[in-house]
Design a protein around this ligand. Structure first.
Ligand code: GAP
Length: 450
């Protein structure tokens, strides 16, 4: 984990938020490469579950909602974690994360039942702490104007159910998808971007006929797991976790998590919940508006059941970085013996890597080479995320790109000036082939999009 955290900071993937002020606990900024990688994950998710599915449509709803939404959804009453406090040093912990007297993932205590911060053993009684961030709508800061930053994107899919179904003429089964920010005032944080207070969720509320919910639940567990495998995660690092009945969220009939084997242990990457008709019924009750579905074939009206597959974008990104990280002792080059150091290769899937193609002139100070390399760079950047690099020996430049997972490098050398060919190098095999510049775009298109 330490190596990943250091690599991603050094290479511009993730920075502590407000770093010049010392950072803020559990808030992160995504640098140029991190922002691009997140974008690629979201694009792939959208392509798979919205573009390629005939019965899923997407929305982009506001983060702040009518305060009553959170009353009807049950979040004001139930979106809580049990908090206990050390009476000596006032450190706060999640009581439900104490297993056999130790706070899992919340610091190391020497002995069981000790505070991991000061070692004392005297804690307050657990009290329920609501995780939603409070704010005010408008300039008046009184109780009537309180609302919350959304802790999940789901609720706006329920409040928009009717509008989406009618405007898009959707027939059940159909889904509403959304990617967006969610905010949770987590009691305990840590493990880098795994648990933060602001993060992005990609989720679908899939509306089905009651009685068909269990079949669709199984469909979504399989589809969700396959998505992670296709993003490049190794199957052996994934597992399914069935929530026992007593730990289900207040809205759920069944929940299965997809977990990833993080360096700090198995952790939730995603979940699939059977939310039944809980949310739509609650919103009917509180808003006074009908939210039933009229089945034109049978003439019957019913409140649909909802299957909700959900995943965290940052957790997905962290798992992909960990899974892709490889160290090669002594380096991978066999042709030279001069540099024998540890090489890092980030074997990200091609469609997820933040830089797709790097373009190098063989030598920086030869104007003809640099001009030709700029020409190739300008040509490729129309279709691909490219980086131009002319600094240092070519081997070092390859290694810089390997470290951030760039699948292909293109080198312009003296032969290019004679015959218009370049060297195309593959990150994983390190094989190099000579190719005509005019065939480069087509070749790379096949590599990335075939
Ligand atoms: N609408 C259902 C829902 O929000 P959740 O399991 O509470 O379900 C969805 O959250 C996903 O968001 C999780 O599977 C996880 O990947 C991610 N997630 C949850 N809390 C997070 C946090 N504090 N930091 C980063 N990601 C988080």
């Amino acid at each position: 984990m330490k190596k990943i955290v250091s690599l991603v900071k050094r290479r511009g993937f993730v920075f502590p938020s407000s770093e010049i002020y010392g950072g803020v606990e559990a808030l992160w900024d995504f640098g140029p490469l991190g922002a691009q990688m997140k974008q690629n994950i979201k694009k792939e998710w959208f392509r798979r579950f919205v573009q390629q599915m005939d019965n899923v449509v997407a929305i982009d709803a506001s983060i702040l909602m009518h305060p009553d939404v959170w009353k009807s959804s049950g979040h004001i009453e139930n979106f809580t974690d049990p908090l206990i406090e050390c009476k000596s040093c006032n450190s706060r912990f999640r009581a439900d994360h104490m297993i056999d007297g130790r706070f899992v993932g919340q610091g190391e205590a020497k002995e069981p039942n000790q505070c991991p911060t000061c070692g004392d053993r005297d804690f307050t009684q657990a009290k329920q702490f609501n995780l939603m961030f409070k704010t005010f709508l408008g300039p008046v800061e009184d109780a009537a104007h309180i609302t919350y930053l959304r802790p999940e994107t789901a609720q706006s899919m329920f409040t928009n159910f009717r509008l989406v179904q009618e405007s898009m003429r959707q027939k059940i089964p159909f889904g509403i998808a959304q990617i967006g920010k969610a905010f949770r005032n987590e009691i305990t944080t840590g493990n880098f971007i795994f648990r933060s207070r602001e993060f992005e969720i990609a989720e679908i509320e899939f509306f089905v006929k009651p009685g068909q919910d269990e079949k669709w639940f199984d469909f979504w567990v399989d589809a969700w797991e396959q998505f992670f495998i296709d993003l490049g995660l190794k199957k052996e690092n994934l597992r399914r976790y069935e929530h026992p009945k007593e730990s289900l969220a207040h809205y759920s009939k069944r929940t299965v998590d997809i977990e990833y084997k993080f360096p700090f242990g198995w952790g939730e990457l995603a979940g699939i919940a059977n939310r039944t008709d809980f949310d739509l019924k609650q919103h009917e009750k509180f808003s006074g508006k009908n939210l039933f579905y009229h089945d034109e074939e049978t003439g019957k009206k019913y409140i649909p059941y909802v299957i909700e597959p959900t995943l965290g974008i940052e957790r997905t990104m962290l798992a992909l970085l960990i899974d892709a990280y490889k160290e090669v002792e002594g380096g991978r080059t066999t042709t030279t013996t001069s540099i024998k150091e540890t090489e890092v290769v980030l074997g990200l899937a091609k469609h997820i890597a933040p830089v797709q193609v790097a373009v190098f002139p063989l030598l920086k100070n030869k104007q003809e080479l640099a001009a030709k390399a700029r020409e190739v760079h300008n040509l490729l950047k129309k279709d691909f995320m490219c980086q131009y690099d002319e600094v240092g020996a070519i081997g070092r430049r390859y290694r810089r790109q390997d470290e951030i997972g760039t699948p292909h490098c293109v080198t312009i050398d003296f032969d290019t000036l004679k015959d218009n060919t370049v060297t195309l190098r593959d990150r994983d095999t390190m094989e190099r082939e000579r190719i005509q510049i005019e065939k480069l775009r087509e070749k790379l298109h096949k590599e990335f999009y075939a």
